[in-house]
Design a binder for this molecule. Sequence first.
Ligand SMILES: Cc1ncc(COP(=O)(O)O)c(C=O)c1O
Length: 477
Amino acid sequence: MNQELIGEQFRGEIENLIEQLQIALADAVLGMDDRPALTLGADEALKALKEPLPDSGCGARESIEKLLEMNARAAANTGGPKCFHFIIGGNTPAAMAADLLATAFETVTYTWVVSPVGVQMELQALDWLKELFGLPVSMSGIMVTGATMANFVGMASARQWWGEQHGFDVSEDGMSSKPQMPVLTSGFIHASSLKVLALLGVGRSNVQQFSRDDFGRLDIDAMEQALDDLDGQPALIIINAGEVNAGEFDPVKDMIELARKHNCWVHVDGAFGLFARVSPRIAHYADGVDQADSITVDGHKWLNVPFDSGYAFVRDHGLMTRAFRYSADYLPSQDNPRPTLGAIGPESSRRARSFAVWATLKAYGRQGHRKIVEHCLDIAQHFAKQTELHDSLELMAEVRLNIVAFRFNPGGFSEQQLDELNQKLGEAVIDDGRFMAGTSKIGKRTIFRPAFSNWRTREQDVEEFAAVVVELGQGMV
Ligand SMILES: Cc1ncc(COP(=O)(O)O)c(C=O)c1O
């Protein structure tokens, strides 16, 4: 097929696709509330994907039809109201529409010239996020794929600072034959921070975790002793503002105070916990994070924008430019007044996450997003009440935020038997498919940890979820 013909074919297909997509989109979005969290029989259905590369292909209409069919047979309804696994937000209507448009326009936000609007919307949306979270306006920000990469930005900047404190430039000279960067935190550290420290050459096992109990709560005296022993050497402290099992926080203010007495960079992982600052009901948990040197927050969790979308804020813009320098003769120069976002973060080519973030903040503002956060707090409390109403459900931690740690406990079982029972019940909930929720551990105890982060979830959904856990649990004892 020569160039002219393929151009003609594609232009014709696109016109037809618009009509096809209109129907598919309506079905996808309007049916979301009623679909179960998981479609049963996915393993069997997915076998149909295994086929040789087509030689000339079936065309767009048929391939999209096939995709829709496969999705109907093997999808997880993660955007729906019954998905409480991990921490998965929904999509606000404005965010969803804006994100679709970002794809339709094929917007690239590497540098100003390839999308003046995409780049400027990113900077504006980041300014709005700073307002929403009460962060210093002087902080520099960047949009990335999620909290893992936002942690990467914060900690790569920390590493750059640490090297400069020792008189060398990590991004230019590397780290071989250099001292180890000390990293101190509590037992609440998220797996993504460990992954990032592995990527940054620090190594997972070099992270010092100071816990005073088997939940992982900070032992601040032990941390202070370790900092004293460093005797002024630069170090990184990670504050975990929101841990994933029960939504607890490290003592933010105390840790910052300690860090300031020593020579420390403070990074806050507030992937979902930073949203505490959006509601006066829970803002105190994250009091003081505005004093940090770098901060992580996710959008695809509690901001309810589509995957993937996370944000890093760093106090010293210069460190970002040195850590992520990206230069060549054909690329914009560093002193060009028009911004090149691809030179202050890990991605060079990057999609327009800004569209969805800007659109949702424009559409619903501070109050709308506060309502989303508080709706999820209310839903979490409503679910906690269900654990009281059902004799066989047991709350396993105080409900501070949007996560409820609980277990099935019909009575008469040892702790170890309960752990095994809840582990198996976790698998049964997934196999059942009506809801999606995961298990984890608080100390030695196996728990369920549903996280409510989606505006779509209603009281009736969590009532039904409690009833399903009881029903499946009763079937196992
Ligand atoms: C506290 C915390 N940090 C980091 C992450 C990683 O986020 P992402 O999957 O967006 O990279 C998560 C994800 O749940 C999280 O809860």
